[in-house]
Design a protein. Structure first.
Length: 267
């Protein structure tokens, strides 16, 4: 870490995968480090990952991801681009917007809570436009990443803020009122929809202000292999299901490389 007076600035950790020019890693680290000044609180850690899809026919084969630890609160951005240079520029532009949005989060959490004025988020937080994943043949797809973590017990408004700070298309959490594993995602007339293991009705949910539609359908009971078969048949970008092996809500999703990722609650 570099010390300047009383300010401690973390180094940006950059990792690359695939055919990424060596000089791109250094450029990414320097450009991302310049964004520290837009964070509403001190940045404790920062990382960048650049990866390139092995299939050259993909229109935007380079994926750039960045993550900041802003005084204990994660802020994340992810983009794709035709080449590493453009990916770095897009990543920095998106990460700057994420950091500026995080100011709203910290201001709200410091005063009366995230649900004090969710409209501030709603008007400036349009969902990210994600390119389609690489059309890998279904027989070649595998679950190449499995993330397991303790689900935060949150209100819908808090889950919404978390989803946008992390730059996700969906967010798996435990809804505070019903205490059910739930997923919030972009869909429906309000652009936000809530799905739960067994929808208990809006009156059981913890109070919230976000304009959201609530799915009346319970999550399907599936094994992991059955979930893989169903997402392959439906072509959905992700699948929220009641994991028959774990007894908890889990999410199987398409990755940019055409494989699958799996998110499950920690035991």
């Amino acid at each position: 870490m570099r010390v300047n007076g009383t300010t401690v600035t973390p180094e940006v950790r950059v990792t690359v995968r695939g055919e990424i020019p060596v000089e791109a890693a250094g450029r990414a680290g320097k450009k991302v480090a310049r964004l520290f000044r837009f964070a509403p609180r001190p940045v404790l850690a920062a990382s960048v990952r650049l990866s390139r899809n092995e299939n050259r026919s993909v229109e935007c084969p380079v994926v750039a991801q960045a993550g900041f630890d802003v005084s204990g609160r994660p802020v994340r951005a992810q983009v794709t681009a035709p080449n590493a240079e453009e990916a770095i520029d897009r990543l920095c532009a998106r990460l700057r917007r994420q950091l500026e949005r995080s100011t709203t989060y910290f201001r709200a959490s410091r005063s009366v809570g995230l649900d004090a004025d969710p409209g501030e988020w709603r008007h400036e937080s349009a969902p990210a436009i994600r390119p389609p994943w690489y059309p890998r043949p279904e027989a070649e797809r595998e679950i190449v990443r499995h993330k397991s973590y303790s689900l935060a017990r949150s209100t819908i408004d808090e889950a919404y803020a978390e989803m946008h700070l992390l730059d996700y298309d969906f967010h798996l959490f435990t809804e505070a009122g019903s205490r059910q594993d739930s997923v919030l995602y972009h869909a429906g007339p309000t652009m936000h929809r809530l799905a739960q293991l067994t929808p208990p009705g809006p009156h059981i949910l913890s109070p919230f202000k976000l304009a959201v539609t609530i799915s009346p359908q319970p999550a399907p009971l599936l094994s992991t292999m059955e979930a893989v078969e169903r997402i392959g048949l439906t072509g959905l970008p992700f699948l929220f299901f009641l994991d028959a092996e774990r007894g908890r809500g889990s999410v199987l999703y398409h990755r940019y490389d055409g494989h699958y990722g799996l998110i499950t609650p920690a035991a």
